[in-house]
Design a protein around this ligand. Structure first.
Ligand code: HXC
Ligand code: NAP
Length: 281
């Protein structure tokens, strides 16, 4: 899909890059020539991802960090830049989420998700953005939100509020920081089966029901998201700014469409019903 050295010369930080979608992006970016820095709270997934990238001939480094803490973020960026050189790209991917009825959320439960997703994205973005503004070289920011960032979702209230905030941050900075050559974009994924997300969010047989909402009939593959992220982070995407690209197999359109559920039935049978309902004036 891409030329082998598409990201040569790029140095990209991916928060939460040791697992799931972050790991998929880290492997893909490095495979296309980028130097990749990853961070997270647990050392083991970080070490494993760095080892896998290096084993494949790529360049990667990791630093432990809790994105809720701006001091930890600064130390992490210092450490990664010392090892890899100045960053040219930032992917805000770290997140926290869980299912809960809104009325059962404690203040700390709400705070915890907001602080990881919204405040954490602010801390990394401002830490890296300030460096780029000072260096006058520009940069590319990509934030991973979700399709419920603009329509909200039951039972994930803190995440919905935080992702809506990240989308607003993306669009605000797309205008404010364009003058510094900094592009700011987002991807809104539908469901991608990662352990982090599915172990927390897919209860009982809901997984099969959710799959039926997706016109393409399957969940996304992390490599598909990684390829979209490559495009959006590549120097050739230099005019893309303030965009949020949905990657969900058409799910959010179907759930919002009045007659989309006719697609759940045998097409021949549906057409017969339509014919039988055809009326002349
Ligand atoms: C209600 C909960 C809860 C739950 C935690 N809390 N889990 N409340 N239901 N299931 C409450 C706790 O009781 C506590 O409040 C507060 O939240 C903080 O909990 P801790 O366990 O101390 O927090 P921490 O150790 O910092 O862990 C953060 C976390 C955890 C968010 C709770 O799940 C985590 O580390 N997640 C990271 C990975 C992740 O979530 N990945 C999924 C991303 S998927 P009290 O009041 O008791 O002190 C995604 C989008 C998917 O974002 C979209 C799919 C389509
Ligand atoms: P995941 O594997 O759980 O990824 C979350 C990552 O964030 C983990 O590596 C985690 O590492 C890191 N993280 C969490 N809290 C952190 C903190 N305080 N400081 C630093 N790092 C932290 O789940 P995923 O599915 O790949 O999710 C990746 C992104 O995609 C998230 O933004 C999520 O909201 C978004 N998304 C996922 C889906 C999906 O279906 N998978 C759908 C829509 C959007 P540590 O725990 O080690 O810190």
């Amino acid at each position: 899909m891409f030329s082998a050295d598409l990201l040569a010369g790029q140095t990209i930080l991916i928060t939460g890059g040791g697992t799931g979608l972050g790991r998929a992006m880290a492997l893909r970016f490095a495979g296309l020539g980028a130097k990749v820095g990853i961070c997270g709270r647990r050392p083991d997934p970080l070490a494993a991802t760095v080892a896998d990238i290096r084993a494949a001939g790529g360049t990667a480094a990791s630093a432990m960090c809790d994105v809720r803490d701006p001091v930890s973020v600064k130390m992490m960026v210092d450490s990664l830049e010392a090892e890899l050189g100045p960053l040219t790209g930032l992917v805000n991917n770290a997140a926290g989420n869980f299912l809960s009825a809104a009325e059962d959320l404690s203040p700390n439960a709400f705070d915890t998700v907001i602080k990881i997703v919204l405040n954490g994205t602010f801390h990394t973005t401002s830490e890296v953005g300030r460096r780029w503004i000072e260096r006058k070289n520009g940069g590319a920011i990509l934030s991973i939100v979700t399709t419920y960032a603009w329509m909200g979702s039951a039972f994930v209230l803190p995440s919905a509020c935080a992702k809506a905030g990240v989308l607003a941050m993306t669009r605000s900075l797309a205008v404010e920081w364009a003058t510094y050559g900094i592009r700011s974009n987002a991807i809104a994924p539908g469901p991608f089966p990662t352990d982090g997300a599915f172990s927390r969010l897919m209860a009982g047989d809901i997984e099969e029901q959710v799959k039926k909402q997706i016109p393409l009939g399957r969940f996304g593959r992390p490599e598909e998201l990684a390829d979209l992220a490559v495009y959006m982070m590549a120097p050739g995407a230099s005019y893309m700014n303030g965009e949020c690209v949905v990657l969900d197999g058409g799910e959010w359109l179907k759930t919002g469409q009045e007659f989309g559920h006719y697609t759940d039935f045998d097409r021949g049978a549906v057409k017969q019903i339509f014919q039988s309902m055809k009326r002349s004036r």
